[in-house]
Design a protein around this ligand. Structure first.
Ligand code: PNW
Length: 448
């Protein structure tokens, strides 16, 4: 039954600060995540990304591991402050060389590099100038992006500008759980607009020199009303506008959802026509990160969106407290097609944090992750059969890694990483995913 389109890309995803370690090596400047992690009280168990998965030094072994699993694509991110230690101006060639070697190693092993330019680690030097609150951030980002386009576009065919701008502003500027750790309702719409201006500026820069594909990666969490009451329906609209449309509407439709005025009140300011035009650039694909859904009800006390997520009896909740809901992936993909039209899509992240069993005799059994992957891949197949143009799937994540301010407490990897020895051990889910790839999805029909 399960046939995936020919050319469909099977891969896995990571991000720089979560796996690399050696954040200041070879002339790199500090990023906002280095600063955040080294500020007391902000990280669970006082963890940092100083070592993480030591991928900066072990990247060849990790590429060999991907090759062994049959990965066809690898989505990783570039650390801006390795490339431009001060954020703009002087290029650190040793930083460029690291990613150049990684790209060569991937290509030598037949793995397509899929590069995310911004996975949350702005150079600290730019945060000192206001970070995403500074309108110049759009030009800073385009300058950085252009350095990479020049260095790598001959060998990289897939570029993503931003990873999950919603998480950047919600975590970094509204609730303070992520770098740069602000908690300010007035700043949030400003950071939001500048991030999208940066996206637009990088896409424009790419059109001058780039020869391949560039797109945007967003997280989508479909919202379902808890009841048909007018309050819950309005709450569901607010939550949808806030999380799922705030970034895609400007990028794809050249407008902002009107419900944002209701969310932000007078902290919201309408975008100028020039800003809207600068953000709405034709892109070649959208990357969709899908993890869970939210059944949404009105909650006047919940600042600032005034919504709450209703726990579902009998549902399975993961270690990050997210409901497992594969049908939400189908609904998300169909919604994207309906609202934004036909555009090639990639699932750029999908996966699950579990309290895995310990490694025993070099094995780790994670049947719940296998079931999660199987159900979501079946859902993906269903969406493709319904006519949605999905070109690839990247599991989050290759390795157990630094789950941001939650430290290493949440394990998303299909490969276990021993924190002491850095030894990599395949989980059963890695072997399972490897069989899925080798059969181009047909193994989904086999009992597990
Ligand atoms: C993504 N949400 O973050 C990130 O791209 C990854 O770096 C991260 O490790 C992964 O998902 C797992 O958390 C998200 O609240 C963070 O909906 C929060 C949400 C979604 C994605």
């Amino acid at each position: 039954m399960a046939a995936f389109p020919s050319g469909f890309l099977w891969g896995c995803a990571t991000s720089a600060y979560q796996i690399e370690g050696s954040p200041l090596a070879d002339g790199a400047g500090p990023s906002i995540w280095h600063r955040f992690a080294h500020t007391p009280g902000l990280m669970r168990d006082a963890e940092t990304g100083d070592i993480a998965c030591d991928h900066y030094r072990r990247f060849k072994d990790d590429v060999a591991l991907m090759k062994r699993l049959g990965m066809q694509a690898y989505r990783f991110s570039v650390s801006w402050s390795r490339i431009l230690p001060d954020g703009t101006g002087r290029v650190n060639q040793a930083g460029v060389d690291f990613y150049s070697r990684l790209v060569d190693e991937l290509r030598a092993n037949g793995i397509e590099p899929f590069v995310t330019l911004y996975h949350w680690d702005m150079p600290a030097a730019l945060d000192d100038k206001g970070g995403w609150l500074n309108r110049d951030s759009a030009e800073w980002f385009a300058e950085y992006a252009s350095v990479l386009f020049r260095a790598l576009d001959g060998r990289v065919t897939k570029w993503a500008t931003l990873n999950e701008p919603w998480v950047v502003t919600d975590g970094g500027y509204l609730f303070g759980a992520l770098a740069p750790g602000h908690r300010n309702l007035f700043e949030t719409p400003i950071a939001s607009r500048n991030l999208m201006r940066a996206h637009g500026a990088a896409v424009r820069a790419y059109r001058e020199t780039g020869r391949h594909e560039i797109g945007l990666v967003v997280n989508i969490e479909p919202k379902y009303p808890a009841s048909e009451s007018p309050e819950d329906l309005a709450a569901t609209r607010r939550a949808t506008a806030y999380m799922n449309e705030q970034y895609l509407d400007p990028a794809m439709l050249g407008r902002c959802p009107p419900e944002l005025r209701d969310v932000f009140g007078e902290a919201w300011t309408d975008w100028s026509d020039d800003d809207l035009a600068a953000v709405r650039q034709p892109i070649d694909f959208l990357g969709i990160n899908y993890y869970t859904r939210a059944v949404t009800r009105d909650d006047p006390a919940a600042w600032p969106v005034r919504t709450a997520t209703v726990r579902q009896d009998g549902a399975f909740y993961t270690e990050t407290g997210w409901e497992v809901y594969p049908q939400g992936l189908v609904d998300t993909l169909v919604w994207i097609k309906q609202r934004y039209g036909d555009i090639p899509l990639y699932i750029t992240e999908n996966g699950v944090a579990l309290a895995d069993a310990p490694v025993e005799n070099g094995r780790l059994h994670d049947p719940q992750r296998i079931e999660y992957l199987r159900q979501h891949l079946l859902a993906l197949h269903q969406a493709i059969a319904a006519g949605v143009d999905v070109r690839g799937y990247m599991v989050w994540s290759l390795l157990d890694n630094l789950e941001w301010s939650l430290g290493f407490s949440k394990r998303f990897g299909i490969v276990h990483v021993d924190r002491q020895t850095q030894e990599r051990t395949l989980k059963d889910s890695a072997e399972y995913y490897s069989r899925i790839i080798a059969s181009h999805g047909r193994a989904l029909d086999d009992p597990t």
